[in-house]
Design a protein around this ligand. Structure first.
Ligand code: OOG
Ligand code: MG
Length: 256
């Protein structure tokens, strides 16, 4: 087994057993960003080998608030599988995660492939629908602490997603109010404009970064644009909901 495959097994095992691990970069000080994406690729391939299906990608660290919260200031992407989908309005079993956090996002559904350098107009014309969404991120690293290569290797903390009803792509998503509430009390308030100035830029960036790894975004894929605000650490008994102006809402309840 190559070194990268061995590291992919470590992050995959941590995800499966919901056990925190030491940051890979502590013992493997020379890992490059390319190495980290290869670790991610191999670890997600292990999931696909177990029968999970690829459903698209997620962008991470696309807002200042997110970059500041985790101390990593570069946009990164991760791979999504069907096993990560949580039913809207359903419950999340906290015991299946290490230290889950929820964050307010918007998600795109593609009707055309996108690959490499594309304009915002090309990106928008590949969109079939947009929806409000919350991502459940669960870093497999101790204390939710990581460097850029660590988080990429750990599939950018991807662990769950809740998607609301799909809306027309004609809705202007440039500056929509986003309010994430816990048991009815707002805890994070922001705007979709916090996502790189306009969420479509996240899609443009996804097309480029995914192509750099030799893959492309396909018709039918979803692309999560990234958290618009800092993430909220989930506690048992909380019903966490997100309202996105003009798009609607999603919610999830945290149980043991
Ligand atoms: C890394 C993943 C970031 C986002 O939306 O910015 C992310 C993390 O914060 O654990 O998903
Ligand atoms: Mg996210």
């Amino acid at each position: 087994m190559s070194n990268l495959a061995a590291l992919a097994k470590i992050v995959d095992d941590a995800q499966c057993s919901a056990t925190a691990i030491e940051q890979l970069s502590i013992k493997h000080t020379k890992l490059s960003v390319e190495d980290a994406y290869e670790i991610q690729n191999i670890s997600v391939a292990r999931r696909l080998d177990r029968g999970e299906r690829r459903i698209g990608v997620k962008m991470g660290l696309t807002s200042r608030a997110k970059m500041i919260q985790v101390g990593v200031d570069e946009v990164a992407w991760g791979r999504l599988t069907d096993a990560m989908i949580l039913e809207e309005g359903a419950t999340l079993k906290k015991s299946k995660f290490v230290h889950p956090r929820l964050e307010p996002e918007v998600v795109f559904l593609l009707k055309k492939p996108l690959s490499g350098t594309v304009t915002a107009l090309e990106a928008m014309s590949a969109v079939e629908a947009i929806a409000p969404a919350m991502e459940v991120i669960d870093s497999r690293y101790e204390n939710f602490k990581f460097s850029l290569v660590d988080v990429i290797a750990d599939n950018t903390s991807s662990s769950g997603l809740v998607i609301g009803a799909w809306c027309s792509p004609q809705i202007d998503c440039s500056n929509l109010g986003m309010v994430m509430s816990v048991n009815g009390r707002p805890v994070q308030i922001g705007s979709s404009a916090a996502i790189l100035g306009h969420p479509v830029r996240s899609l443009v960036s996804a097309a480029k970064l995914v192509a750099q790894s030799g893959e492309s975004l396909n018709a039918g894929d979803i692309v999560m644009a990234g958290g618009a605000t800092a993430a909220h650490p989930a506690s048992i008994g909380e019903t966490i909901s997100l309202d996105v102006q003009n798009l609607g809402s999603v919610s999830i309840t945290i149980e043991e």
